[in-house]
Design a protein around this ligand. Structure first.
Ligand code: GLP
Length: 251
């Protein structure tokens, strides 16, 4: 191969590595840390030479995706998304993020079928022996951890739970069980150490704890979800209207 052709191929290669790396950052592959893994590990992962990797990194630094801190390494620039969420719409995390131009992804923390805890059985209106699908996920917006969500769904609504991947509401819709109505309760809390580490914030950082119970049109309860949203990424917005004054009752 001629020198010109060879250097053309190398040029395309580093561009394609930069593209793959950018995509991996956005989809949360390195979400646990702000620091990019070391050169050797990245060269092995992407099967490229150090020269190619360095050129790709320089390109991503120029784009503002990465930045270099002298003596400390290469960091991922996370401009924390801030989301205004109308509190009256029954939407999924995926829909909420896509609407705002972010790529919604999840990291699976736990998934399985269990008997419900007394609290889950009560919230879902399920019998103590009715099995439930439990799903614990870290939810990310374009690579930034936003929330931890523990969803519990009666197994009869998602019998092929082991094939589940992606959006819970999409999976339920595909089975004809899209939640139609919901009740949501919000409370301010401080994150414990483990949840704070998963979300990439300091222990005892403030968060919004949200409980959602969602129903099908026939009134059956399809979902009981507890979420811990980082307080620095989420604003819940409520629309308020003046309701007719309550009529005074005569004694
Ligand atoms: C929101 C709700 C959850 C719901 C989830 C479904 O985050 N708070 O109660 O389970 O959306 O999201 P997805 O369909 O993206 O999995």
């Amino acid at each position: 191969m001629s020198i010109a052709a060879d250097s053309g191929r190398a040029g395309r290669l580093y561009k394609s590595i930069a593209k793959t790396l950018r995509h991996d950052i956005e989809s949360g592959r390195f979400a646990e840390s702000e620091v990019l893994p070391g050169e050797r590990a990245l060269c092995e992962t992407y099967e490229v030479s150090r020269t190619t990797l360095r050129k790709a990194i320089v390109e991503l630094i120029a784009e503002g995706v990465l930045f270099h801190r002298h003596g400390a390494g290469t960091f991922i620039h996370r401009s924390t998304p801030r989301v205004d969420q109308p509190s009256s719409r029954l939407t999924s995390f995926t829909e909420d993020m896509e609407l705002r131009g972010f790529v919604a992804t999840s990291r699976l923390l736990e998934k399985g079928v269990f008997l419900p805890t007394p609290e889950e059985a009560m919230m879902l209106g399920a019998g103590p022996n009715e099995r439930v699908f439990r799903l614990r996920r870290l939810r990310l917006a374009s690579g930034t951890p936003m929330a931890i969500e523990n969803a519990v769904v009666p197994l009869r609504f998602l019998p092929d739970w082991d094939r589940f991947d992606g959006s819970l509401y999409d999976a339920l819709s595909a089975k004809g069980h899209r939640p139609m109505r919901g009740l949501q309760r919000l409370r301010a809390i401080l994150l414990n150490e483990a949840d704070a580490a998963t979300l990439g914030v300091e222990p005892r950082s403030p968060a919004l704890y949200i409980q959602r119970i969602a129903y099908l049109p026939d009134g059956a309860c399809v979902e009981f979800t507890r979420s811990w949203y980082r307080a620095d990424t989420y604003d819940f917005v409520s629309e308020l209207a003046l309701s007719p004054a309550p009529r005074k009752t005569r004694r």
